[in-house]
Write a protein that binds this ligand. Structure first.
Ligand code: FER
Length: 163
């Protein structure tokens, strides 16, 4: 997993949604959602499972405090990924509640999960193009350390921030 762990990925799903995931270590990711249904949401230290399926192909999956479940496959050589997101009913109906720095709002996520409905779930399955793949080392706290803003992806590509 040496070639995968410690890498920052920015990718755009075919539906237009732009996501950033930093594989912080074997069991942890930080992520930031630049655009899409929950654009503006960002999370640090989400516990995940990761397996290497074959050379250059990795699967990452986790379940969130919101009740959303996510599975993402990265195909490094092809610079592509594929994500499946299982949104509970409440996130699909009230996405704005989840648009925050989630680490400061865990209690609100859990309360909302209890207050609103879970079913039926909305399943979003999309391929993505990896726009940026950057080795930044493990356990770097400076990769995903602030909210997104308009133009941030270009600033990251240009090396202006988060390096
Ligand atoms: C991804 C797909 C979904 C991802 C994160 C999510 C960081 C999380 C979605 C959510 O919290 O609503 O590729 O990568």
């Amino acid at each position: 997993m040496e070639n995968f762990v410690g890498t920052r990925f920015i990718y755009q799903y075919d539906n237009g949604w732009e996501y950033e995931m930093y594989i912080k270590n074997n069991t942890t990711i930080d992520y930031r959602i630049h655009s899409g249904m929950v654009g503006g949401r960002w999370v640090r230290n989400q516990k995940v499972d990761i397996v290497k399926l074959t050379d250059g192909v990795y699967k990452v999956w986790w379940t969130e405090p919101t009740g959303t479940d996510v599975v993402v496959n990265f195909m490094i050589k092809e610079k592509k990924s594929h994500g499946v997101i299982f949104f509970p009913k409440w996130v699909h109906e009230h996405p704005q509640i989840t648009i925050c720095y989630q680490n400061d709002f865990i209690d609100l996520m859990v309360a909302s999960r209890e207050k609103y409905g879970t079913y039926p779930k909305t399943i979003v399955s999309e391929f993505a193009n990896i726009i940026l793949m950057e080795k930044v080392g493990e356990n770097n706290e400076n990769i995903i350390d602030r909210a997104t803003y308009k133009g941030m992806i270009q600033d990251i590509i240009d090396g202006k921030i988060n390096n």
